[in-house]
Structure formats: structure tokens, C-alpha cells
Design a protein around this ligand. Sequence first.
Ligand SMILES: Nc1ncnc2c1ncn2[C@@H]1O[C@H](COP(=O)(O)OP(=O)(O)OP(=O)(O)O)[C@@H](O)[C@H]1O
Length: 350
Amino acid sequence: MTTLEADDRPAPQDRGEEVLRVTGLRTTYEFRGVPVPAVQEFSLTVRPGEIVGLVGESGSGKSTVLKSILGMLRPPAEVEADEIVLAGRDLRSLSAEEARRVRGGEMSMIFQDPINSFNPSWTIGSQFRRMLALHRPDLRRSEYDDEILRLLKEVGIDGRGKLGSYPFQFSQGQLQRIMIAVACASRDLKVLLADEPTTSLDVTIEAQVLELLRKLRAQRDLSMVLVTHDLSVVAEMCDRVVVMYAGRVVEVADVYDLFERPQHPYTQQLLKAIPGFPHDGERLYAMRGAVPRLDAEIQGCWFADRCDSKIGDICDTTRPELYQAPDLGTVAACHRVDPAAAAAKERSNS
Ligand SMILES: Nc1ncnc2c1ncn2[C@@H]1O[C@H](COP(=O)(O)OP(=O)(O)OP(=O)(O)O)[C@@H](O)[C@H]1O
């Protein structure tokens, strides 16, 4: 059974300000010369110290969102947005040099597979020193190695005698910690983007890495956007959750509300698919159908074909906006949540 644990820090949503705000993000890839809209009309806000989960099936655009925010995609991929504001600065207005300083400086990313994040032919020490040269102007070169050992200690690794070792000489769990240490080397770091950071780890190491991320958040007031397909990780780590389907946001909810009162039928079906949630002993739920092609022309709701709760033609003919759910902080892109559509449905039934 998935459990939710209370956190004794002040709830980030009570702290008002935003450290990251993305609105109207649209990312298009090119596949065999045809544009494929991987992410559309995506918006996100993250407050200081907040962990926002990004969930959805494989191919729903989660990694693309992170790469787009960090400015990692190159043509023919195209990224457009109304705004990508980090600590008050719109990243779209930065020069290439300024953007390079933000990446790894104020905002860093960690990946699922740490071995691919390091250059296999460079020692860990030299990769770390390069990072410090870019993002730690407060240090002299002679101070680099002491700082690397300190950063490694922060993530639970005794780096003495190991800075000359190559990535393959470390275990997967150690490399994941080292990657986190590199990502957190900058003193200006405000937002850590984490793309399935524990998927490739066994359960014991996964628990340790999640604990480490929680510790870093508490000690450094870091904000995180955490991509995961694992809803138990969401329950354990996140304050708020953004659910994506076919490149679009379908629900944004406080983590407790997401599990207790999910509003979008897609979220409801995702939760039903967790083993043992909500009722132990039932057969595992399998969602019928498949995600539509991202370049499909769909007038109505993108989830309509797989939805068990359609309220009528409106679901096939009209694209739902993100509606505010009554009595909750949740917004969901479902006509059932729109009071006007629900009232019209009631009128047509009476
Ligand atoms: N470089 C690329 N070129 C073309 N299409 C791409 C590229 N990268 C991703 N895509 C497509 O964009 C869509 C979104 O992919 P993305 O990796 O962002 O999804 P995801 O939700 O992170 O999936 P997963 O959980 O499997 O990592 C998918 O249909 C994918 O095939």
C-alpha cells in the first residue's frame, strides 16, 4: 500500500513565491521530416523548497519538458514558450554564454543512467574540476580537490584516493551519488531537475538516493522537478504533482489530493494500476487502449478513447481546459470537472 508521510517543514505552498515558472511550453521534434508535437500548452510553477512530481506513461513528454526548460534541445527540435522564468529572469532572453552559466549553476539536471552522464575516458576528479571551473568562481584551483571531497562527503562518499578513478570503477549507486554531487556543486543552485533518478537502482540503493535528495532539499532549500513513473516515489517525495498525457498537462494537484481525490479519469486509472492501491487483493488494473499519436488531429479530449467516465459528445468534440475542481486546489483537464459542462449534462438528463 502506498503511504503518505507528513513532512515537518513548512508547506512550500504556504511560502508564496515561485522560483521557477514555465508557461505555454511547446516542444516539437522532427521525425522523418515530419514535425511531432511532443509537448503542448505545458505550464508549471515551482516554489522554493518544493518538490513537484511529473508523472505519466512512457512517451507522455516528461523528459522533453525537463530538457526544454534547461535549454538542452537543439534543432531540428524546436522549443517555444510564453515564459521560462527562473528566480525572476526569463531564460529565453539570455545570451548563449549566460544560458550556459545557468545550466549547472542555478539549475542542474540528473539522469536515470549515471554512467552515460560521465565521460568514460575522464577521471571523476577531472570531470568535477571542470564543473568547479565553470560554476565556482569563489574557489582557487588549489582548493578544488578539497571542495570535491567535501561535496562527495555530503552525498555519503569518501572520495579520498578516488579522484583519479574512472566512472566504470564505481558502482551504479555510487555514480548516482557522484552525479548528484556534481549537479549540486554550484552554490547558486536553486532548482534540480531529476529525470527518473532512481529507476536504474535496486530498492535499497533507491531508498538511500531518495533520502539523499530529501536531505539536500532540506539543507539547501532546493526545489526539484522529479520525473518518475513510480507513484510510490511520488507519494514519498513530492509536494505537488503534474500528471501528463500525450504531451499535455491533465491534472495538477497537491500530492495528498492526488491520491485521495484524483479528478482526471486518466489519473484515476493510473492509481488503479498501482499494485495494492487502493484495495489489496484485487487483480491489477490494466488501462485499455493506447496513447494517441502525437501528430493526430483530435478535436475533443485526448483521453476520450480510453476514458471510462465520458459525459457525452462534448468529450469527443471540445478540448477541455484545465478547470478548477470544487473545494480543492486541483486543476484538471476534464469536462466532468467543468461546472458549466456538468450542469448542461444534468439539464439534458432531466
Ligand atoms: N530526439 C527525439 N526525436 C524525435 N522524437 C523524440 C525525441 N525524443 C523524444 N521523442 C518523442 O517525444 C515523445 C515524448 O518523449 P519523452 O522522452 O519526453 O517522454 P517521457 O514521458 O519522458 O517517456 P519515458 O518515460 O519513456 O522516458 C515520445 O513520443 C518520443 O518518442
